[in-house]
Design a protein around this ligand. Structure first.
Ligand code: FAD
Length: 510
């Protein structure tokens, strides 16, 4: 039925007369087009840079890179492709922090969104409306710096802030705040989107709502987001940041699930798996007191796999007097291994930007620009114990190659919006599981093989796990990925990008 729908739509599109130019401009013969003078380049340094991403496992060359200086430039290039008989693929590239060529455009044009950034322009904060209008190419760290000047802040974050607004809104944007505030895509009030027909559309839940919901989590398939209106709140000053270690997975998940159901108590909740791979800290954060490293490592050695619950409560002058008491009460209610509770008190900025220190350290050692065969999954709550047994204590221990951060924390489904494009499990609570691997250029395939093993385990066990920041090699994989949402996804593609121009690197329709 699904394939029939795709075929029918394809035939309808092919038979629909589309106004075309007589010429068939291709990236290589529009280089001389005056509209793009000085902005469209096929210089090898530019196409090389656009061919790779943070994953460093693919190299997909575009024919040209567009460095737009205005929204009009992006509209023009999309229109040029749409109006031609043989259109060429176009991909927006935010900060290129994808893992598998998702922001690539083979033989097409990569739009370098960051070239839109002009000094201090493009982040307009409304104090009365409690929102910021942000050009989509800004990095979240830049948005944070700007809003903090006025004592305001977005509420939902990713763990790492050097990602563009457009890039994370095309996926979801999740971190430990999402169980309370929802993912970043549910904290957007309005957007400007250029569709695959080259039309600029302002959309929100009240205006052109179908495009609004389609583009949020839409993997760049329905349009290029050029502006987003982000919800803001008053910024807190500081963060109480606590970690608790567990040896028992069911105690760990029971505490996590209870805490995310008491949504008003905490501002952030995550969790991770700790394996016997050297010191307990990793690049995502330097946290544990060095004097305790031995004690923690020996607990890991004894149990082989342990778990860390991580929570944060923000506070400022008005709540300073009560925060310690509240966190003490919370600690007492948890079933962690006594003696293994850790506490830090940091500024709000230092907490949100916690991954940056690790990034700079790795960069200085030349270990940042290495292959990252990451795998991120959403696992339904009912399956998470089986996942622990089969994957963390099974595949991962057996293969003994995984190192680096391994995340596992729950989300409330009711904080998401089903009309948005991101595929999520059907259960009320589901877990984010992230294997954030760093590899060498000559061994990343071993990790990739392990990812395949994990995915096969989930499939064989019929867990209904869904990839986040997904990669599927075939359309069949995408059909399974979206499940009941697939038909709607396809219909929206035909509505907003009927010539399948946008974000070909996602490998969904091409
Ligand atoms: P790109 O890689 O440039 O693009 C990603 C996709 O979005 C492509 O398909 C591209 O065509 C499309 N796209 C880009 N800009 C636009 C636009 N303006 N309009 C429409 N489509 C667009 N994710 C989380 O949710 N939580 C995390 O905590 C988190 N941590 C991360 C930490 C690191 C170190 C890294 C490398 C990634 C992390 N991610 C996380 C994943 C990240 O959110 C995604 O990879 C995101 O897409 C990266 O943003 P980008 O600007 O680099 O996008």
């Amino acid at each position: 039925q699904i394939h029939l729908l795709v075929i029918t739509m394809l035939i309808t599109t092919l038979l629909t007369p589309i106004t075309t130019n007589n010429t068939s401009p291709q990236p290589w013969n529009i280089l001389s087009n005056n509209n793009f003078a000085g902005k469209l380049t096929s210089a090898s340094s530019s196409v090389e840079a656009a061919a790779i991403d943070f994953g460093h496992v693919t190299k997909i060359f575009p024919s040209a890179v567009l460095n737009p200086s205005s929204v009009q430039d992006i509209t023009d290039i999309i229109k040029l492709s749409f109006d031609s008989q043989s259109s060429f693929p176009i991909a927006a590239r935010g900060h290129g922090h994808s893992f598998r060529g998702q922001a690539a455009a083979k033989d097409g044009v990569v739009v370098n969104m960051r070239s839109m950034i002009k000094e201090d322009r493009g982040i307009e904060v409304s104090r009365t409306g409690l929102y910021a209008d942000v050009d989509s190419a800004w990095l979240w760290i830049e948005v944070l710096n700007k809003t903090l000047e006025l004592g305001l802040t977005p509420v939902s974050w990713t763990d790492y802030l050097y990602l563009t607004v457009g890039g994370t809104l095309s996926n979801g944007g999740i971190s430990g705040q999402a169980s309370r505030y929802g993912p970043q895509i549910t904290n957007v009030l309005e957007m400007d989107v250029i569709t695959g027909k080259g039309e600029i559309v302002t959309c929100s839940k009240h205006m052109n709502s179908d495009l609004f919901y389609a583009a949020l989590g839409g993997l760049g398939q329905f349009g290029i987001i050029t502006r987003a209106r982000i919800k803001l709140e008053l910024a807190p000053k500081r963060a109480k940041w606590l970690r608790f270690l567990y040896t028992d997975f069911s105690e760990f998940t029971r505490d996590q699930e209870r805490l995310i159901s008491e949504t008003d108590d905490l501002h952030f909740l995550e969790g991770s798996v700790m394996l016997d791979h050297g010191p307990p800290d990793n690049w995502r954060s330097t946290y544990y007191p060095p004097s305790d490293h031995l004690k923690i490592v020996s607990m890991i050695k004894r149990h082989r796999v342990i778990y860390c619950l991580e929570v944060v409560k923000y506070y400022d002058e008005t709540s300073q007097h009560s925060v310690n008491e509240e966190m003490e009460e919370l600690s007492e209610s948890l079933n962690y291994v006594r003696g293994f509770m850790y506490e830090k008190d940091v500024t709000y900025m230092d907490f949100l930007n916690r991954v940056r220190t690790g990034e700079l350290k790795l960069k200085s050692k030349g270990q940042w620009d290495v292959p990252h065969p990451w795998l991120n999954l959403f696992v339904p709550k009912s399956q998470i114990s089986r996942f622990d047994y089969g994957v963390f204590k099974g595949i991962i221990l057996r293969n003994n190659i995984t190192s680096g951060p391994l995340l596992v924390y729950p989300m409330n489904r009711n904080k998401w919006n089903d009309q948005m494009s991101t595929a999520i499990p059907e259960e009320d609570v589901f877990y984010v599981v992230g294997f954030l691997r760093s590899a060498e250029f000559d061994n990343w395939e071993a990790y990739d093989k392990e990812n395949t093993e994990v995915l096969k385990f989930c499939e064989d066990a019929k867990m209904n796990a869904i990839q986040y920041l997904p990669y599927h090699a075939s359309q069949e994989g995408w059909v399974r990925h979206f499940g009941r949402r697939w038909n709607n996804f396809v219909e929206r593609k035909f509505r907003y990008d009927p010539k399948m121009i946008l974000s070909p690197g996602q490998n969904i329709f091409q």
